[in-house]
Design a protein around this ligand. Structure first.
Ligand code: NAD
Ligand code: LMR
Length: 324
């Protein structure tokens, strides 16, 4: 029998995990032939609720689900992990920005980065979902000096999928008809959903929509969609976040030639300082993200990207005490 892949999920009693765990257990990350072992981390107060989640996973009788471990000890949770979804963190409330969570959530990610460093498998891939995701990924990576920094990503795929959904609605085409879309920057209100090179059925999207809709409606709608969901639903996005997290990890492992937006440590491209965890146009090959390089940027694009760089540098400076 093929050895199971070990997948750690933090925040196992939370609302995102309640969708995410079922998708992982169904084999969506590693494919339908590979068994999965879930390793779930929660804080002590939430272990009881997480035990109920474990019971429901058992009751789902997934053919690929080999084993489930639930713990409040990061060393146990990340032991042998091939993939880790760092979801466990406080969500924002109405009226807050994600960066307002930095002081409360930032301190979660250093100890988890260290546990990943000390206990995870050599091929571990980490996706930070807990907000503010980009800077939390920076904190986790900094605490894991033996793991290549490129293995710590933050989630921009939800923003990418939101951008696809807005375009699909506007042009009445399926999301699959669109290519070469990117969301640059921070998973925050300054993010830059960019249609400069986007095509629909091989036609440039920019030929089909007007500039006012692009800058006045599309960009702010996508960038503020998280807040809109909180306003309408009363809670932050959960199933769409879980679905996008699956998209990210699946593509990272299995590869994609389609442009997707992944927040990865900048290799020093497009004027973005090396190391900042930032949404970039990427494809995935051989288990690694590759930045789509060689794109010519307009002044408009450079300005939008620069705003994100400034914000990410400010976030990094605000957690300097959590960075070695
Ligand atoms: P939730 O409150 O429903 O669940 C969070 C869970 O994390 C809770 O069960 C809590 O006990 C647990 N937790 C807290 N600290 C922990 C720790 N140190 N170790 C392990 N578990 C811990 O929240 P949610 O709706 O599932 O959202 C989780 C996070 O994801 C939030 O920060 C939210 O803002 C963020 N989020 C990010 C994106 C994105 O696109 N990056 C999208 C949606 C939500
Ligand atoms: C989202 O984009 O839905 C999440 O980051 C939750 C939030 O606070 O907006």
């Amino acid at each position: 029998m093929t050895a199971p892949k070990k997948v750690t999920v933090t925040g196992a009693a939370g609302q995102i995990a309640y969708s995410l765990l079922w998708r992982i257990a169904a084999g969506e990350i590693y494919g339908p032939e590979i068994p999965v072992e879930l390793r779930l981390l929660e804080i002590p107060d939430a272990l009881g609720a997480a035990e109920g989640v474990v019971m429901e996973l058992a009751d789902s009788a997934f053919p690929l689900l080999h084993k489930v471990v639930l713990t409040d000890d990061p060393a146990v949770a990340f032991d042998g992990a091939n993939a880790a979804f760092l979801v466990g963190a406080k969500p924002r409330s109405k009226g807050e920005e994600r960066a307002d969570l930095l002081q409360a959530n930032g301190k979660i990610f250093g100890p988890q980065g260290k546990a990943i460093n000390d206990h995870a498998a050599d091929d571990v891939r980490v996706l930070v979902v807990g907000n503010p995701a980009n800077t939390n990924a920076l904190i986790a990576a900094a605490a894991a000096p033996d793991v290549p920094a490129e293995r710590f990503n933050a989630m921009m795929r939800l923003d990418h999928n939101r951008a696809l959904a807005q375009l699909a609605g506007k042009l009445d085409r399926p999301t699959t008809a669109f290519e070469r879309l990117v969301v640059w920057g921070n998973h925050s209100a300054t993010q830059f959903p960019d249609i400069t090179w986007a095509t629909v059925d091989d036609r440039p999207v920019r030929e089909l929509i007007d500039g006012d809709w692009y800058t006045g409606e599309f960009i702010p709608r996508v960038a503020r969609r998280g807040a809109e969901i909180i306003e309408v639903r009363g809670k932050s996005s959960a199933a769409s976040a879980a679905s996008s997290a699956v998209d990210h990890l699946r593509d990272w492992v299995q590869g994609t030639e389609q442009w997707v937006s992944a927040a990865i440590p900048s290799p020093g491209v497009y004027g973005i300082p090396e190391g900042l965890v930032v949404g970039l146009p990427t494809v995935a090959r051989g288990g690694r993200w590759e930045v789509v390089e060689g794109l010519d940027l307009t002044d408009f694009q450079r300005e939008r990207i620069a705003v994100n760089v400034t914000e990410l540098e400010q976030e990094r400076d605000a957690v300097a005490d959590l960075l070695p």
